[in-house]
Design a protein around this ligand. Structure first.
Ligand code: AMP
Length: 396
C-alpha cells in the first residue's frame, strides 16, 4: 500500500509518499510559507531532481491539492492516479492522556484531538487543519493519527507527576507528557534488534538530539521516563530552547526587564539554548566551527549541552537499575561525532568504551562500542515518516 505521510505545521506542510511494502519514500517534499503571498513547494521524486514551485497557497487545503498534483504530475509525479494512495498517516503532536496508541481518524477522534488543543496550542490546531484538508480532498481514503506523545503514555505516575498540588493534575492534566515519541519508539525497537537484545527484556536509553532534543528511558520496550515534559521546552538544552531552568527565573527576568510572560516564553523557546548561550547559532555545525576558531562561548554552550545529556543518561540508568544499550539519533546525534565522543567520556563508570574511528561515521547505523564495552552504544538513524507509515498500515 502507498501511504501519504503528512506533518502539518502552522505555515508549513511536510509530506512523504511511502510504499509500505518496500518501505521506500517514493517522493518527499515540503510546502512552506502557506498563507503568505508567495508560498513554495519543494518536491523530490525518489531518484529524481528536486522541483521547486513558487506560487500562492492561501491555505492548507490549497497546499495539499498542490502536493496531490505534484504526486500525479506527468513529469515529476510518482503515481498515475490518486486511487493509488491507500491511506494517509498524520503526525499529531499532542494526544494528551486520551491517546496511548495511534488511532484511525473518525469524527470522535478529531473531537478528542481538538480537546487537546489547550496542551499544544501552536501544533494541534495546525495538525487538525491538515487532517480536515485531506478529508475534503481525498474522500473515502482512511486516515490515521500518530501522536508524538503516545509512546510515553506508559510512564508511571512517579515519573510523570510534578511536585505541584494534586489538583493541578486532576483539574488541568498538568503532568509530564514527553514528545518525539514516534522517534523514541522507532529507535528503541531498532536498537534492540541491532544490538541483539530481546526488546521485552531490555534497558535502552534513546538520545534524540536534534534542534529539539529529548532522551528517554525505555524499559522492556516501554517508555518509563523522558526529558521533555508538559511541553517540549523542558529537559535538555536545545537549539533555541532553554530546557530545564529554575521556574523562579521567569519572575526574576520579568521584574528586572519589565517583560511580559509572552515575551519571556518566547525568549525561553526561541532565544535561549545553544543559540542564546553561544551567541553564535543554534546549529551544531556552526558551533563546531566556532569552537575550532577558539570561540569560548560556543565551547561553553557545547559543554553545557553535553553535560546535561550525560546527566540525563545517568538518571535513567538509575531509573532502570542499569542499561544495556544507548542510541544516538536525529540531526546532532547522527552527525556530530564530537557530541557523541564527549557524552561517552562521561560514561566510563558504566564500562562504555567507544571506537573513535567508528564514531567518525555520519548519519548511518553503526555500533560505536568495542566488543569489550559493557554497554552497547550505536548511531541509529531515526525515520519518523516511515514509523508513521508503518503504524498507519498496522492499524488499517
Ligand atoms: P533535526 O532537528 O533532527 O533535523 O536536527 C537538526 C540539527 O542537526 C541542526 O540544527 C544541527 O545542529 C544538527 N546537524 C545537522 N547536520 C550536522 C552535522 N553534519 N554536524 C553537526 N550537527 C549537525
Amino acid at each position: 500500500m502507498k501511504v501519504l505521510v503528512i506533518n502539518c505545521g502552522s505555515s508549513s506542510l511536510k509530506y512523504q509518499l511511502i510504499d509500505s511494502e518496500t518501505e521506500i519514500a517514493l517522493a518527499v517534499g515540503i510546502c512552506e510559507r502557506i498563507g503568505q503571498d508567495v508560498s513554495v513547494l519543494k518536491h523530490t521524486p525518489n531518484g529524481g531532481e528536486k522541483v521547486v514551485k513558487e506560487t500562492s497557497m492561501k491555505n492548507h487545503e490549497v497546499a495539499i491539492q498542490m502536493v496531490l498534483d505534484a504526486l500525479t504530475d506527468a513529469d515529476h509525479g510518482v503515481i498515475k492516479s490518486l486511487d493509488e494512495i491507500g491511506a494517509v498517516g498524520h503526525r499529531v503532536v499532542h494526544g494528551g492522556e486520551k491517546f496511548a496508541v495511534s488511532s484511525i481518524i473518525t469524527d470522535e477522534v478529531i473531537k478528542a484531538i481538538e480537546d487537546c488543543n489547550d496542551l499544544a496550542p501552536l501544533h494541534n490546531p495546525a495538525n487538525l487543519i491538515g487532517i480536515r484538508a485531506c478529508a475534503n480532498l481525498m474522500k473515502g481514503v482512511p486516515m490515521v493519527a500518530v501522536f508524538d506523545t503516545a509512546f510515553h503514555q506508559t510512564m508511571p505516575p512517579k515519573s510523570y507527576l510534578y511536585g505541584l498540588p494534586f489538583d493541578y493534575y486532576d483539574e488541568y492534566k498538568i503532568r509530564k507528557y514527553g514528545f518525539h515519541g514516534t522517534s523514541h519508539s522507532f529507535v528503541s525497537k531498532r536498537m534492540a534488534e541491532f544490538a541483539g537484545l530481546d526488546l521485552e527484556n531490555s534497558k535502552i536509553i534513546v538520545c534524540h538530539l536534534g534542534n529539539g532534543a529529548s532522551i528517554s528511558a525505555v524499559l522492556n520496550g516501554k517508555s518509563i521516563d523522558t526529558s521533555m515534559g508538559f511541553t517540549p521546552l523542558s529537559g535538555l538544552v536545545m537549539g533555541t530552547r532553554s530546557g530545564d531552568i529554575d521556574p523562579s527565573i521567569i519572575e526574576f527576568i520579568s521584574k528586572k526587564q519589565n517583560k511580559s510572560l509572552d515575551e519571556i516564553m518566547n525568549l525561553l523557546n526561541k532565544g535561549s539554548g545553544i543559540q542564546g548561550m553561544s551567541e553564535v547559532s543554534s546549529d551544531f555545525r556552526d558551533i563546531n566551527e566556532a569552537m575550532d576558531n577558539g570561540n569560548e562561548k560556543a565551547r561553553l554552550a557545547f559543554d553545557v549541552f553535553v553535560y546535561r545529556v550525560a546527566k540525563f543518561i545517568g538518571g535513567y540508568v538509575a531509573a532502570m537499575n542499569g542499561v544495556d544499550a544507548i542510541a544516538f539519533t536525529a540531526g546532532v546525534g547522527e552527525n556530530d561525532h564530537k557530541v557523541r565522543a564527549e557524552v561517552c567520556e562521561y560514561l566510563g563508570y558504566l564500562g562504555v568504551n567507544i571506537d573513535l574511528d567508528k564514531n567518525m561515521t555520519r548519519g548511518k547505523e553503526v555500533m560505536l562500542t568495542t566488543p569489550d564495552s559493557k554497554v552497547k552504544v550505536a548511531i541509529v538513524p531515526t525515520n519518523e515518516e516511515l514509523a508513521i507509515a508503518r503504524e498507519t498500515v498496522a492499524l488499517l
